[in-house]
Design a binder for this molecule. Sequence first.
Ligand code: B1M
Length: 218
Amino acid sequence: MTPDDVLKGLYDETMAGNRSAVLELTNAGLEMGMTPETILFDALIPSLEEVGARFERGDYFVPEMLIAGKAMSGALDILRPLLAQTGAETVGTYVMGTVKGDVHDIGKNLVNIMLEGAGFNVIDLGVQCPPEKFIAAIEEHKPDIVGMSAFLTTTMPMFKANINAIEKAGLRGACAIMVGGAPVTQEYADVCGADGYAADAATAVRKAKELVAARRAG
Ligand code: B1M
């Protein structure tokens, strides 16, 4: 098997939702010396994008999306320690959650992994987080940043609802607030009153570092 065979296999088997094949191929790729980033960005993420495109066209339905997502999550569990293994010093505390009404978590988990790799102490609140959960986490963990993910146009309005609730609780100045997720844009983040937005995990890390530096500078 060549590295190209592994990448093609990962792409096809993720799309087919064949979790055990995806796990085997992920391990095989790593044993061949492929980087976790190559496996992620050249096979797994493009495959899920195609799953989404097929869903939009009506060729795939929710069960297919679900098993593809589970296959991808299994591979992420293998890649997580490798992606997070940078030995970076702790740069800040980051509370992260997917908003109420939304169960998507693969993108959020990927952002978390990259933040951990960059030295953030990440507290993951999981999915379907109501405003009270973000507020309780701010009070308990005193994070530098609270990150909110939304992956549906119907759940994006929760950003504003969360920010309003945080403001009402008197905690708006306690941390910076970042938003993200596939349908989110910089313009939408600005309208919600968020302090930061990023389109992908790597940019999210860069933005998070900028926000921490700006807060520490006063
Ligand atoms: Co759903 N789903 N889904 N889904 N799903 C999408 C998102 C969709 C785009 C598919 C499509 O139509 N093309 C569409 C949303 C359309 C819209 O509103 N714009 C959709 C839909 C409609 C639905 C349902 C409503 C379907 C239904 O029931 N009829 C339903 C909703 C359930 C709910 O939440 N209430 C639903 C359900 C599901 C599953 C449960 C089956 C499954 C989720 C499994 C899981 O997450 N554990 C699923 C999946 C797998 C998808 C797709 C195929 C893949 C999502 C994914 O993981 N992408 C997706 C199609 C697509 O995205 N092309 C789709 C890979 C991931 C790495 O990318 O999530 O974009 P992404 O994350 C990126 C960036 O967004 C960014 O960084 C990440 C890494 O680079 N980012 C941040 C994320 N969070 C960030 C936070 C930040 C900064 C950046 O700062 C805080």
